[in-house]
Ligand binder design. Structure first.
Ligand SMILES: *Cc1c(COP(=O)(O)O)cnc(C)c1O
Length: 826
């Protein structure tokens, strides 16, 4: 945040300053790696990173247009001298330069760093340590899960100020990556959470992966790890045996360790007892699951090992929350969209939240409102802090702000935008009137003690409490998992038909557009029109175009699937009368599915020739669909379809002057037949989290509801219509407000499916009704209002589908529109 001159940066990264070197004194406040999330062009330094699929150098001219004047590049643009005001720092490797810069910023830190790595729990441990220690130490931590080769240097750049401690998390996926992060972080204190299967495909053995991760802690004075993770412990012991790194290990299983924790689970909470330096302590945490207990033990061990233990810290354990550390997008009153972020309020996370706000409004042009509480723990004097907040709000073109809290109100004079201030959250709610908010995007961001949940709840549209949460981060992870197995030059079309397989159209399409996928595809024209009206600009293919919608399709730039001579003639006519030229179309070939598509070579030849001759249409692509990619049983048939396709496609491509894109694979095909990728692939169900191989994708949807009522029934009683649920003994029943009208399949009746509530898997009892379903919670501690998972982490989509004797596609697309979709993103 303290600006640094271009000159200083060039020497820190050992680069050559080219171009308009006279501006070497220009001060840089922001680092940017993404042309889409720029705030202060003048004060930003853009790193042109080169990845497998992206090359940041492509965006230099566009960024120059937007006012960016400073670049780190590994290739100079040919016309760099024409970009008169630009300075270029020329380096061999721009990612390495970003890391070198962060390492040199790190040299200036006057406070120690804690580094956390491991397969799971990194972010949670980091956030909990912050919660537990912020009352005794001034702490700065890396935002959200910025833990990668790019994320770590960006977080370190942002860590400044007079602090007592920094906490950084580091994640790797390949050998060789940790050394690069270690050179930047150089932690004084290390914490190794655990080791699991993640990214194992890139390592020869688990031991190799552990050793790679341990390199982070070379030179640290302290390392906390779990004795019960034997491999981690043994390798750490060996590595640091003759060094000055002290290992503090802990165990819950009675192994000889520096700290022995005794656990006592009690319903949903757990007591952890320990002895440290002759004193006995006990904490209670409001969780009983393994992962949370492990995370809490790590925090406890680290606190003991640093002598930060005292009574107030111990008490704070009881208040730990497993808060979702991500931004939540919800529909609000009067056409508003809410971005909820009431987990933390530091200046770094404000920057990230403002970027997300921009992303949401970039295509809709809605106005932006920010509701912001006092910012705690900034390390800066309040006047400077709120001046900086004002600058960020200005840069991000926020239209108005509402400040809540004494400190922000006391500095109201620094804000140069329409603003209103309240001393407390209660005052805001007292004053609240729906009419003051209309068709805008509202970022609600507050420190936890301000309980901004209450602000969100008055602004939120009220729905029936069954909801489908869609995690956009997992969507991006899944997309990347597929990108990793698709050749870099192969394009990707994503199927967003049927309401994006039930996950909602515009939000998903917007996220995909942001990820720069090449094509989107919908089933019918109306779906495409909805996307265009929401501001989606990517090319969109309509798979089942109908004649009555051809004019509208042309108006909205939707590209048809031309699957027969009839469709060709009709669309050609519509295009001719709309006076368009070279209108892009996609030709579908029949190769064995026996659904839509040309099979007659003569017809195909005529159509291809006519298109080429008239130039009203343009064959953008030629494709076919495989019938059995998910089952090895059909592999010989799949090969035959491929061969037929290549031959038939030639009939079309040989009759066009330009290169025509050829595509064949759906998700299972991408996984199982990499040799058939051709020029493009069509990703569907895999993106939403269902894979046929060990690709490592995760479901993006979490379907939940809350218990409406709990009741005891006697042993002769029955449950529901047709009296199908029989008690046989005294039972406890809970009513969940979800039924077949929501898409909760009636085949789930009478034990046909389970739900997950308070850590237990419980069966459906009786028949599923239209709007309600009863579950047997006899052995579970439940009450009204408790959260129930219908589908997600514990109740797997694939299993539900099997139980109902169908496929995941039907379950996903069957979730009805009345189930509220909620989107979340880190
Ligand atoms: C739906 C669809 C896909 C995607 O299939 P998945 O099995 O979901 O990957 C691909 N191509 C066409 C033509 C489709 O209709």
């Amino acid at each position: 945040m303290n600006p640094i001159s271009i000159h200083t940066i060039a020497s820190a990264v050992e680069g050559d300053l080219k171009g308009n070197a006279g501006n070497g004194d220009r001060l840089i406040s922001y680092l940017s790696i993404d042309s889409r999330t720029l705030v202060d062009p003048e004060g930003s330094l853009f790193f042109a990173l080169v990845g497998e699929r992206h090359n940041g150098h492509q965006f230099i001219h566009e960024l120059y247009q937007q006012g960016v004047r400073s670049f780190v590049v590994s290739e100079l643009p040919d016309d760099f001298e024409a970009l008169k005001e630009a300075s270029f720092i020329f380096v061999k490797d721009s990612l390495k330069a970003l890391q070198q810069l962060a390492a040199s910023v790190r040299d200036e830190f006057q406070f120690p760093l804690v580094a956390i790595t491991g397969s799971n729990g990194k972010t949670m441990v980091k956030e909990w340590l912050f919660d537990l220690l912020q009352h005794q130490l001034r702490i700065v931590r890396s935002p959200k899960s910025y833990n990668s080769q790019v994320g770590v240097p960006l977080s370190v750049w942002n860590m400044a100020g007079a602090m007592d401690l920094g906490i950084v998390e580091a994640g790797i996926s390949k050998p060789g990556e940790m050394v690069r992060l270690a050179t930047i972080i150089r932690p004084e204190i290390g914490l190794f959470t655990n080791i699991g299967d993640a990214h194992q495909e890139n390592f020869r053995s688990m031991a190799e992966k552990v050793e790679e991760k341990l390199r982070l802690f070379e030179g640290a004075r302290l390392l906390v790890c779990r004795r019960d993770q034997d491999l981690v412990y043994q390798l750490a012991l060996r590595k640091f045996e003759h060094s000055s790194t002290r290992i503090v290990s802990w165990s819950t299983t009675g192994l000889a360790a520096d700290l022995a924790f005794a656990l006592q689970r009690d319903g949903q909470s757990t007591k952890i007892r320990l002895k440290w330096e002759e004193a006995v302590y006990e904490v209670e945490i409001p969780f009983s699951d393994e992962a949370s207990i492990e995370n809490a033990c790590h925090c406890l061990a680290l606190i003991c090992a640093n002598n930060w233990i005292n009574h107030s810290v111990l008490e704070l354990f009881a208040g730990l929350q497993s808060v979702a550390m991500r931004l939540e997008l919800k529909q609000g009153v009067s056409g508003c969209t809410l971005i909820n972020d009431f987990y933390n309020s530091d200046i770094n996370s404000l920057e990230i939240a403002l970027q997300f706000l921009n992303q949401q409004t970039s295509s809709t042009g809605q106005s932006k409102t920010v509701i912001l509480s006092d910012i705690k723990q900034s390390g800066f004097a309040p006047h400077r802090l709120y001046t900086e907040v004002n600058r960020l709000l200005q840069l991000n073109k926020v239209h108005r702000m509402i400040g809540v809290g004494k400190a922000i109100g006391a500095h109201r004079a620094v804000f140069q935008l329409p603003a209103q201030f309240f001393e407390t959250t209660h005052d805001f709610i007292q004053d609240f009137q729906t009419g003051k908010f209309r068709n805008e995007v509202i970022l609600i961001k507050g420190a936890r003690e301000f309980r901004f949940e209450e602000v969100a709840s008055v602004l939120q549209k009220k729905y029936h409490q069954t909801q489908l949460e869609i995690n956009l981060n997992i969507l991006v992870d899944n997309l990347n998992a597929f990108k990793a197995i698709v050749k870099p030059e192969t394009k990707i079309m994503v199927m967003v038909k049927a309401f994006s397989y039930g996950s909602g159209t515009t939000e998903i399409a917007r996220a995909l557009e942001f990820q720069k996928v090449d094509y989107l595809a919908v089933a019918v024209a109306d779906e495409g029109i909805e996307l265009r009206q929401a501001g989606i600009e990517s090319p969109i293919v309509v798979m089942n175009p109908e004649e009555h919608s051809f004019d509208a399709m042309i108006e909205y730039r939707l590209e048809p699937n031309i699957y027969s001579r009839t469709v060709f003639h009709q669309f050609n006519l519509a295009a001719r009368s709309a006076a368009v030229v070279q209108y892009p179309v996609h030709i579908k070939l029949e190769t064995g599915m026996n659904r839509l598509g040309f099979s007659d070579v003569d017809e195909l030849q005529q159509v291809a020739e006519q298109i080429q001759a008239e130039e009203i249409l343009r064959v953008q692509s030629v494709f076919s669909h495989l019938a059995g990619t998910d089952e090895p049983l059909h592999d010989a048939f799949t090969w035959k379809q491929y061969e037929r396709f290549v031959k038939l496609a030639e009939v079309v491509t040989s009759r066009q002057k330009h290169k025509v894109i050829r595509h064949l694979l759906n998700s299972a095909g991408i996984e199982r037949f990499p040799e058939f990728q051709l020029d493009m692939v069509r990703l569907g169900i895999g993106l939403y989290g269902v894979a046929v191989t060990k690709l490592g994708v995760r479901p993006i949807t979490h379907w939940t509801s809350t218990i409406s009522q709990v009741k005891m029934i006697g042993k002769t009683e029955t449950v529901g219509y047709g009296r199908m649920g029989r008690a046989n003994e005294q039972k406890k029943i809970a009513v969940v407000p979800v039924g077949y009208a929501d898409g909760y399949d009636r085949r789930f009746s009478n034990g046909g499916a389970n739900m997950w509530v308070n850590g237990a898997c419980v069966p459906v009892i009786g028949n599923v009704c239209m709007d309600m379903t009863m579950i047997d919670v006899t052995d579970v501690d439940v009450k009204e209002g408790d959260l129930v998972e219908l589908m997600g982490e514990h109740i797997h989509l694939k299993e539900l589908a099997e139980r109902a004797n169908t496929i995941p596609y039907e379950i996903l697309t069957g979730i009805s529109q009345r189930v509220k979709r909620v989107y979340s993103q880190e």
